[in-house]
Design a protein around this ligand. Sequence first.
Ligand code: PMP
Length: 398
Amino acid sequence: MNTQLSRDFKQHIAWTSDTPLGLVVESASGPFIHLADGKRLIDFISGIAVSSIGHRHPHVLAAVRAQLERHLHVMVYGELVQRPQVALARALTVQLPEVLDTVYFTMTGTEANEGALKLAKKYTGRTKLVAFERSYHGDTHGSLSVTGRSVYQDPFRPLLPNVEFLPFGDVAALSAINAEAACVITEPIQGEGGMRVPSRLWMQVLRDKCTENGTLLIFDEVQTGFGRTGRLFAFEQFGVVPDVLTLAKAMGGGMPLGAFVSSAKIMDTLRRNPPLSHVTTFGGHPVSCAAASGALAVLLNEGLPARAIELEEHIRARLQHNLIVEIRGMGAMMGMELSSSRAAEEVARYCLNHGLLLGWTLHSDRVVRLAPPLNVPLEVLDEALDIMLSALHQVVQP
Ligand code: PMP
């Protein structure tokens, strides 16, 4: 039935690897993706931490429909007063510490990080950037420059100069941060690096080092944000407030949207010398902003950040097997490290063949990634865990 479609996919869609999953999507709703061949997949990766409130949540659809009746794109970012942008910025900043009161909307996560890096350079007048090994911040040149994995950087050099990488989570290594650094950028919990959670002490020393040196602390919460780790934002778990917060993924409730958020004082830097030194045509698209306001209301009204902790507890209690070296992560952002990359691949393949879509991480091939929708019903969660446990039993021990 779909041979022509598959042929066109192969011929006209640029591939990102030699082995795309290539499944034909018919529709998606709640925790499920429905395929053209009639199969139903439990989505345990949520489009890589995007559909945290499930696919096509009715509140998001209603918000999108209402905005479609008013206007689509009208003008480049920042010139006209667009109600969906203002409403979302207000709803978002109410949830944030007082210093994070000014929002610059983008389309994607990498674009949010590009904006944050440019902001830090312009605000401090410095050029040095500090980042961490095994981090991931996106695939445009600036974000790639602070992504700590040379295998992804090498084909694209030269990248931005003057970037220093420190080992993630190592308190002593933070002494390298000095007054030359415009910013330090980090994920509060490394996602692509394999769901690595640093200590509270490390976070607090990091904050102090940045404050002492007038260096801006940027938290990339593109993946950890919007309830995934058990609080609305992961920084709340560590008792540390960043100078700049970057967001995307789950923010738009399934629509493309990102943002970098900072204080009015810092953000004012982008207004002048020269004006329009950082602009975007589509950043803060009104339909995406309307969707995001709907998604944020669902997260808050349904208490979904707290549900992430319940999911974690349930998953940790049930997911026990001698092939599992460790389950890392926080809330519903989890990585199951297996004893070999072959085991990880076999488990993921078995699950896919039995109706469960799991993920991988870019920097860690022994880690199977779990990022279920935060409102996944308990019986669907149990069905997914049953499939994972049978997958683990099937894998032949090396
Ligand atoms: N930062 C982090 C922590 C991410 O996980 C990602 C995407 N995996 C990005 C940035 C890039 O986001 P996008 O793909 O929307 O550009």
